[in-house]
Ligand binder design. Structure first.
Ligand code: FAD
Length: 547
C-alpha cells in the first residue's frame, strides 16, 4: 500500500489508523457479554456511542488532551489565591461527551436510587469504549457517579445535589454547584502518612453551628476542579466523611488550597493535586466515626470502574495489534498470517474475552444486588477479585500489544504508549493489589456461608470445564490455612479466573473451554502466545475480536 511519496522513498507497508470505526459493532465479545448480562436492548444506543468514540475526531481529542497538561493557577497576578486548574478545551469536550451519554449518572434515578434493569451493564459498555480512547477524564466521571452511593448516607444532601448531578450537562464554570447546569465530585482520602491506612488521617474537623471546619491536607486529590469533594477527616466521634464544596453557602470561595499538581507516569489529561484545607467549610455525610463505612460505598463503585477501564485498555491494545498485523507484511507474508503472531494475538484475544465477560457479569450483579441476595454476595466477593485480576493483567498485556506493532508501538504518536503508561494506575488507586486480596479474605472470613454459596454457584456454572474443580479446591484450601495471607494472591487470582470462566461460559461456551484449558487446567505464564491453540480456535478468536 503506497501512502505518500518522498524524493528519497515511498511510504508503504504501514498500517492505516484504526479510526472511523464503530467500537461496539466490531467487538463481538463485548456484544455477547452485554447481551448475556441483560443489556442487549441497548444495542442501537451503544452502536451510536461506539461510532462517535471510534471517530478520528475523538481519537484526536484523546491525543491532544494528554499532550496539553492541566495547569494549576494557585495565585492571580496580584498575589491573591486563585486555586483554579486550567484544562485544554478538548478535555472539556471529552467531559461533555461522557456526561451527555450519562456515564456519570445513568445508574441513578431522580432520587439517587439505583435504576436496576441493565443500567450498570449498559453504562459499563460505554465506559469500556470511552476508556479505549481517553481514560484520564473518566476519573471525575467515575467519582461523580460513585459519590451518589456515599451521599445516600445523608438523604437531605442527596436530595439537594441529585438534581444537579442528574443532568446530562457538563458545566466547567467555576461557580457554586447549586447555580450550575451539572456538577462533578471528587474524593479526598489519601494523606502523606497513609493511603491504604486511612485511619491514620490527621486532617481534623471541628463542628461549627450546623457545619464543620476542616484543617489538614490530602496528598492525592484528583480532579481538583470538581464542584465538591467527599473528604475524610477526624471529628470528635472519629473518622468521618464530609461533603466539601468549592464555594460556601454565601457564595465565597472555600479554603481549599492546591499546592501543586502531580507529575504522573500516565493519566496525564487528568489533574491530581496535593491540597491543604485551612478551616475549609464542609458538611457531614453519615454519622461521625462512620467515615470509612460511608466512603466505601463510593469506593466499591470506583473499583468496579477500574476493572472496566483496564479491560477497555486491553481491548484497545488488542484491536490495534490485530489491525496492524493484518496490514503489515514481513518476509512477504502478512503478520496476521504468521503462525507465531497468530498464537500471540489469539491468546491476547482470549484474555480480553475473559476480562470483558467477567466485568459485565460483575456489572449485572451491581444491577441486581438490591433485590437479590445471591447477586449481592457475588458483588461483595468478586468486586475486589475482579479489580485485582483485570487491573493487574493490563500493564503486561499492553506491553505485548505494543510489541506487536514493533517500533511504532513504542512512540508517542500511537495510542499504545499512552495506554501502557495509563494501565498501572488502575491497580494502584482505589485499593492496591494486596489490599484487594485482603478484602477478598475479609469477605470470606466474615460471611463464610454466603461466600461458599457464591463459590458453589461458580462451580455449577463451570461444570465439566477443565481445571475448575481443582481451582475450587485450591481456593478452599487457601482459605482454611492459618497463614492464608501468604497464599492470598494465588487464591484471589484463581477465584477471578474461575469467575471469568463462568461468565464466559454464558457468553460463548467455546471460548470458555479454551479459557479454562489455558488459564485453569494449565497455568498461564503471563507471557502471551505460550499456549497450544488449534488453527480453528485461532481463526474463531481473531474473527470475534475484529471481523
Ligand atoms: C494518579 C493517582 C491519583 C490518585 N487520586 C486520588 C484521589 O483522588 N483521592 C484519594 O484519596 N487518593 C488518590 N490517590 C491515592 C491512592 O488511592 C493511593 O496511592 C493508594 O490507595 C495507595 O495508598 P498509598 O499511596 O498511601 O500506599 P500504601 O498505603 O503505603 O501502600 C503501599 C503498598 O502496600 C500495600 N499494602 C498496604 N497494606 C498492606 C498489607 N496489610 N499487607 C500487604 N500489603 C499492603 C499496598 O497494596 C501497596 O502496594 C491517587 C493515586 C494516584 C497514583
Amino acid at each position: 500500500m503506497t501512502q505518500s511519496s518522498f524524493v528519497t522513498h515511498e511510504v508503504f507497508n504501514q498500517s492505516p489508523p484504526f479510526e472511523e470505526v464503530d467500537l461496539y459493532a466490531l467487538d463481538r465479545p463485548l456484544l455477547g457479554a452485554v447481551a448475556a448480562f441483560g443489556g442487549g436492548a441497548a444495542a442501537e444506543e451503544l452502536s451510536e456511542f461506539g461510532s462517535l468514540w471510534g471517530s478520528a475526531e475523538m481519537a484526536e481529542r484523546g491525543r491532544v488532551a494528554n499532550a496539553n497538561l492541566p495547569k494549576l493557577h494557585a495565585f492571580d497576578a496580584r498575589g491573591n489565591r486563585r486555586d483554579e486548574i486550567e484544562y485544554h478545551p478538548v478535555y472539556h469536550e471529552l467531559m461533555a461527551q461522557s456526561a451527555e451519554a450519562g456515564i456519570h449518572n445513568s445508574t441513578w434515578d431522580a432520587q439517587g436510587k439505583a435504576v436496576g434493569g441493565a443500567a450498570e451493564v449498559i453504562r459499563a459498555a460505554k465506559f469500556y469504549m470511552a476508556a479505549q480512547i481517553e481514560t484520564g477524564h473518566l476519573c471525575p466521571i467515575t467519582m461523580t457517579r460513585a459519590s451518589v452511593a456515599a451521599l445516600a448516607a445523608e438523604p437531605g444532601l442527596l436530595a439537594k445535589t441529585i438534581p444537579v448531578i442528574g443532568t446530562r450537562k457538563y458545566d466547567p464554570s467555576f461557580s457554586p454547584w447549586w447555580n450550575k447546569g451539572g456538577m462533578t465530585l471528587g474524593m479526598g482520602m489519601t494523606e502523606k502518612q497513609g493511603g491504604t491506612d486511612v485511619r491514620s488521617n490527621t486532617t481534623r474537623a471541628t463542628r461549627e453551628a450546623d457545619a464543620y471546619r476542616i484543617t489538614g491536607h490530602k496528598w492525592f486529590m484528583s480532579a481538583p476542579m470538581s464542584d465538591a469533594f467527599l473528604v475524610l477527616a477526624q471529628a470528635e466521634g472519629g473518622l468521618t466523611c464530609f461533603f466539601m464544596p468549592r464555594f460556601l453557602p454565601d457564595g465565597s470561595v472555600n479554603a481549599i488550597h492546591f499546592q501543586r499538581l502531580k507529575d504522573k507516569l500516565g493519566n496525564r489529561s487528568n489533574a491530581s493535586s496535593e491540597v491543604e484545607f485551612l478551616r475549609a467549610y464542609a458538611v457531614r455525610v453519615g454519622e461521625e466515626g462512620k467515615g470509612v463505612r460511608t466512603i466505601l460505598q463510593m469506593v466499591q463503585l470506583t473499583r468496579q470502574d477500574c476493572a472496566i477501564a483496564s479491560a477497555g485498555l486491553m481491548r484497545s491494545g488488542l484491536v490495534h495489534a490485530l489491525h496492524h498485523s493484518r496490514h503489515r507484511r514481513v518476509f512477504e507474508k502478512r503478520l496476521a498470517d504468521q503462525p507465531l503472531t497468530q498464537a500471540v494475538l489469539a491468546d491476547m484475544a482470549l484474555q480480553v474475552e475473559g476480562s470483558v465477560a467477567v466485568v459485565m457479569r460483575l456489572c449485572r450483579a451491581f444491577d441486581r444486588a438490591g433485590n437479590d441476595l445471591s447477586e449481592a454476595a457475588y458483588m461483595r466477593l468478586l468486586t475486589p477479585a475482579v479489580k485485582y485480576w483485570v487491573c493487574k493483567s493490563a500493564p503486561a498485556f499492553l506491553y505485548e500489544a505494543m510489541e506487536c506493532l514493533g517500533g511504532n508501538g513504542y512512540v508517542e504518536e500511537g495510542i499504545l504508549a499512552r495506554h501502557y503508561r495509563e494501565a498501572p494506575v488502575n491497580a494502584i488507586w482505589e485499593g492496591s493489589g494486596n489490599v484487594m486480596c485482603l478484602d477478598v479474605l475479609r469477605a470470606l472470613a466474615r460471611e463464610p456461608e454466603v461466600s461458599a454459596s457464591v463459590l458453589q454457584a461458580l462451580s455449577s456454572e463451570c461444570k465439566g470445564l477443565p481445571g475448575t474443580a481443582e481451582a475450587l479446591e485450591l481456593i478452599g484450601a487457601a482459605i482454611r490455612r492459618k497463614d492464608s495471607e501468604h497464599v492470598a494472591r494465588l487464591a484471589v487470582e484463581t477465584l477471578a479466573l474461575l469467575a471469568a470462566t463462568a461468565a464466559l461460559n454464558k457468553v460463548s461456551p467455546q471460548q470458555a473451554e479454551l479459557f479454562a484449558l489455558t488459564r485453569l487446567a494449565t497455568g498461564h505464564t503471563g507471557l502471551y502466545g505460550a499456549v497450544d491453540l488449534s488453527d480453528e480456535d485461532i481463526r474463531v478468536l481473531l474473527t470475534r475480536a475484529l471481523p
